[in-house]
Design a protein around this ligand. Structure first.
Ligand code: ADP
Ligand code: MG
Length: 355
């Protein structure tokens, strides 16, 4: 559909710098998720892309054409709003036809396009209903279909699932991901929800304080977080972060921290003071002295159990390790009590070191 290039895009409001120097490219067919905590600039960035807000500096290019100052109408981008903004008194068919009537499209053509789009998003059986006779997920599909009849170059969405309950959110998320696959269209989608980002995105732009913190596939962000912020934002519970110090001996690097034993690291890093990151699902928990407690290459942390939280299918054990609180995800069935002394171990390949 379109290739969108953001070039050092910035936007300030009086003394607030909402978006700072963001450069990235959205390729044809991407599902790009703008992810980050509340206030990090996601909506501001999306509104600049939509043409609803002018950048303070930087430029935007769509299919090779500069659109930095082009009005919203001229961009052929479809903003799908959170409320879906369907006309309540019109049937689904009339809602879909509306954007075409506005453009004075020929009657036969309208009928054809509405039929084709309804089939694409599987709402052909709902055409005679009014919006209030639809479920939240169906309304979402109608909203997407109404954007689709205009044949936009991309779909823009700002937290479209945030008003739905948990069950409907999951269903609609899967529906949107399926829709993206079927249509092969470009989506730019704003959310603060890491699960939405991980499950739908082909590419995630992680924002922090108006800046682009990391850009990559969901796997890249999860497996190779580029910063303490990225490691801490993705994952549940968040990645454990432990202050550590490096020392070199025999060509391998050892990470030293209070209550950390025998952390061996083969990677290269010039920094002495580091932060060691380990995801809760990459730690295993053992009784001190058991043979599994000391990996030949990796980390072994000495700790005391603080709290065991039962999540139904698994449990999260929170331990005190030196001055840090470290979470471990384990299967149920292992019994650990507060006060138990334990050793937590992780493989070297699952250790992340940050400056
Ligand atoms: P997000 O969508 O990630 O929650 P926003 O883009 O809405 O973040 O906001 C980013 C920052 O810009 C926030 O500090 C917000 O208060 C500020 N901001 C956004 N819009 C305006 C505005 N119209 N006037 C003043 N400040 C704004
Ligand atoms: Mg927002």
């Amino acid at each position: 559909m379109g290739r969108l290039v953001l070039n050092q895009l910035s936007r300030s409001f009086k003394n607030v710098s909402a978006v700072k120097n963001i450069s990235l490219t959205v390729e044809d067919g991407d599902f790009l998720v703008l992810l980050g905590p509340s206030g990090c600039g996601k909506t501001t960035l999306l509104r600049m892309i939509a043409g609803l807000l002018e950048p303070t500096s930087g430029s935007l290019e769509l299919d090779g054409t500069d659109i930095t100052t082009a009005p919203s109408k001229k961009r052929d981008l479809a903003m799908v709003f959170q409320s879906y903004a369907l006309y309540p008194h019109l049937s689904v068919a009339k809602n879909l036809a509306f954007p075409l009537h506005v453009r004075r499209t020929d009657k036969q053509e309208v009928k054809k396009r509405v039929g084709a789009v309804a089939e694409m998003v599987e709402i052909g059986h709902l055409l005679d209903r009014k919006p209030k006779e639809l479920s939240g997920g169906q309304r979402q599909r109608v909203a997407v279909a109404r954007a689709l009849v205009r044949e936009p170059k991309a779909f823009l969405m700002d937290e479209p699932l945030s008003n739905l309950d948990a069950k409907l959110r999951t269903a609609t998320r899967q529906e949107l991901a399926g829709l993206h696959k079927r249509l092969g269209a470009t989506f730019i989608y704003v959310t603060h929800d890491q699960v939405e980002a991980m499950t739908m995105a082909t590419k995630i732009a992680l924002l922090n304080g108006g800046q682009l913190e990391q850009l990559g596939t969901p796997e890249e962000l999860y497996d190779k977080p580029a910063s303490v912020f990225a490691a801490g934002f993705l994952g549940s519970p968040a990645t454990n972060l432990i202050d550590a110090e490096l020392s070199t001996s025999n060509g391998s690097i050892t990470v030293m921290a209070p209550s950390v034993e025998a952390v061996l690291w083969d990677g290269q890093t010039p920094q002495r003071d580091v932060v060691l990151g380990i995801r809760p699902e990459h730690l295993s928990i053992h009784a001190p002295g058991s043979s599994a407690a000391a990996p030949s290459s990796g980390a072994a942390l000495r700790g005391i159990v603080d709290l065991a939280e039962n999540l139904g299918s698994e449990q999260v054990i929170y331990c005190r390790v030196g001055g840090n609180r470290v979470a471990v995800r384990t299967p149920r069935g292992q019994h650990w009590e507060p006060g138990n002394a334990v050793v937590l171990s992780a493989d070297a390949k699952n250790l992340h070191l940050f400056d």
